[in-house]
Design a protein around this ligand. Structure first.
Ligand SMILES: [Zn+2]
Ligand SMILES: [Zn+2]
Length: 179
């Protein structure tokens, strides 16, 4: 099981906070189409119809299949946190092209092709940051779900808490925000 949480808030106490994830390169849409073709041949005997594939910036879940548009959408936000799951998501959504629900047949196919079986829902970034902290020196911002007590900037203070670079609360939200 992969670690789902990039940095649990309680581990941040008294330690340098990991800098927020950097922009990561995700595969191009062309590359996703290419992999769709390869998986279709390898795992589905070329039985899947051609579909549209796109990235979605707004989607909180990892991905989705939209049958009326015949479109697989892959979430950029989710995969900026978990870039190595892109192809897993693609495979999972490919099963949905012929199988809308996570039923027994879905799970059977998922096991066969090595895609995730997600019993309840697609994993998503449900936890939206409610607090935004900022480093007083380098101004790196740290959005967090929970309040931080003693945390300093990971870029400026390294592994140990350093009072000089203690993160300052910049903004807080009553409710999780959807940027
Ligand atoms: Zn699914
Ligand atoms: Zn800093």
């Amino acid at each position: 099981m992969r670690q789902k949480s990039p940095s649990p808030a309680n581990l941040e106490l008294f330690t340098g906070v990991e800098p927020p994830p950097q922009r990561v390169e995700l595969p191009s849409v062309d590359e996703l189409y290419r992999m769709y073709g390869i998986y279709n041949r390898e795992y589905f005997d070329n039985r899947l119809p051609p579909v549209k594939i796109s990235y979605s910036r707004r989607m909180m879940a990892a991905g989705g299949y939209y049958p009326t548009q015949r479109e697989i959408r892959i979430s950029t936000r989710y995969h900026h946190h978990f870039p190595d799951e892109v192809y897993d998501t693609l495979k999972h959504e490919m099963i949905h092209v012929t199988n809308f629900r996570h039923d027994a047949a879905f799970k059977c196919t998922a096991r066969r092709i090595g895609a995730s079986v997600r019993a309840n829902d697609h994993p998503s970034l449900h936890k939206q940051p409610r607090f935004v902290y900022v480093c007083p020196r380098c101004f790196t911002e740290y959005p967090r779900v929970k309040r931080l007590r003693m945390a300093s900037c990971g870029r400026c203070s390294g592994k140990k808490f350093d009072e000089r670079f203690k993160l300052v609360l910049k903004q807080s939200f009553k409710k999780p925000v959807e940027p």
